[in-house]
Design a protein around this ligand. Structure first.
Ligand SMILES: Cc1ncc(C[n+]2csc(CCOP(=O)(O)OP(=O)(O)O)c2C)c(N)n1
Ligand SMILES: [Mg+2]
Length: 343
């Protein structure tokens, strides 16, 4: 569950990317699978109304969170958005606390008061997620500024979707962080849609990474379904930030395999899932977990048993998380306002 051990993150990885340590490969695969199985386990309870908060599933986008967070140290910071179960788990957040939070239990990471879209665990460097589109981007910049002033060497990562490119605060954040050379990595998860708005209908240039160029920010576009490619880019970005050469912008092209909110947009009777079937099928073939499995089997001497072993370990973790949640109490209703800010 912990982010990768520091010792395996040698910068030598940057020089010869064909030599990924086995421990790293297992870590990446396990992290992606943990996210996927977690997300898919939520489908049935969502449909049965056992979960009362809106849930934005991350299935299909796992390589982004896994690849980026594997390049970070435990004390580095991340900030997420409305679709952040994957970010939370990849940065070392507890599966027990995530499931408990989604089910509104006192033992959840936000004491059951936040739900799926308000995940936090400062001890793991997860400084917050919020559903206001682009809302946490300036917070990530602020954390990077604090790290720089205090000379802590901590890197701050902002995860946001393609929809955030329509918000002015992103451009203010790019400008300020470039001006102050802040150790912040902007990770745009471009899944081609902002709710039901295709990117081609709201941008003249679909290559989002180019928005960072006028600010003199190093920016790259990667295949967000290829976990090794994401990891490689994140390692480069982290190194730049630690060398005082930040910020860096990474656009990860990816696709969600579930509805915008909930398992399938059409299930709610809204018929808002306007994505063409052929497009969906094409991306399904590029499933980041199935693809990485093939890479492990073909190029890295993994066998089916290794894969099954990991799957059964993660399945048990998930069963434990559901038991933990089941036996956890709901918050005491007398404490409803206990953590609410009052002047
Ligand atoms: C400022 C603001 N405007 C609108 C919304 C409603 N809203 C919630 S999610 C979303 C789309 C976000 O799309 P994107 O950033 O691409 O993330 P994705 O859902 O694709 O992961 C919108 C418009 C919001 N939460 N905040
Ligand atoms: Mg999007």
């Amino acid at each position: 569950m912990l982010p990768l051990d520091v010792s395996t993150k040698s910068t030598d990885l940057m020089k010869d990317v064909s030599k990924y340590p086995k421990e790293l490969l297992i870590h990446l695969y396990t992290t992606m699978l943990r996210i996927r199985l977690c997300e898919e386990s939520l489908v049935e309870p969502i449909l049965c109304n056992k979960i009362r908060c809106p849930v934005h599933l991350y299935s299909g986008e796992e390589a982004v969170a896994a690849g980026v967070c594997a390049a970070l140290e435990a004390e580095d910071y991340i900030f997420g958005n409305h679709r952040s179960h994957g970010h939370f788990l990849a940065k070392g957040g507890s599966l027990n606390e995530l499931i408990a939070e989604i089910f509104g239990k006192e033992t959840g990471c936000s004491r059951g008061r936040g739900g799926s879209m308000h995940l936090i665990n400062p001890d793991r460097g997860i400084l917050g997620c919020a559903p206001i589109v682009a809302g946490t981007i300036p917070l990530a910049v602020g954390a990077a500024l604090a790290s720089k002033i205090r000379r802590q060497g901590r890197v701050s990562v902002s995860f946001f979707g393609d929809g955030a490119t329509g918000e002015g605060v992103l451009y203010e954040s790019l400008n300020f962080s470039a001006l102050r050379k802040l150790p912040v990595i902007f990770v745009c998860e471009n899944n081609l849609y902002s709710t039901h708005m295709p990117i081609r209908k709201c941008r003249t240039n679909e290559d989002i990474y180019e928005i960072a160029k006028p600010f003199d920010i190093l920016s790259i576009q990667v295949d967000g379904n290829n976990v090794l490619e994401v990891f490689k880019a994140a390692m480069m970005a982290v190194q730049k930030c630690r060398n005082n050469e930040g910020p860096v912008f990474i656009e990860c092209k990816t696709y969600r395999l579930r509805g915008h909110v909930g398992p399938d947009d059409n299930i709610q009777g809204t018929h808002t899932d306007i994505r063409p079937k052929e497009e969906y099928e094409l991306w399904k073939k590029k499933d980041p977990i199935a693809s990485f499995e093939q890479v492990l089997l073909s190029n890295y001497k993994f066998n089916r048993e290794n894969i099954e072993e990991i799957r059964s370990r993660v399945t048990k973790e998930l069963e434990t998380a559901y038991q933990f949640t089941k036996h956890s109490p709901y918050p005491d209703e007398r404490e409803m306002n206990k953590y609410v800010f009052k002047e």
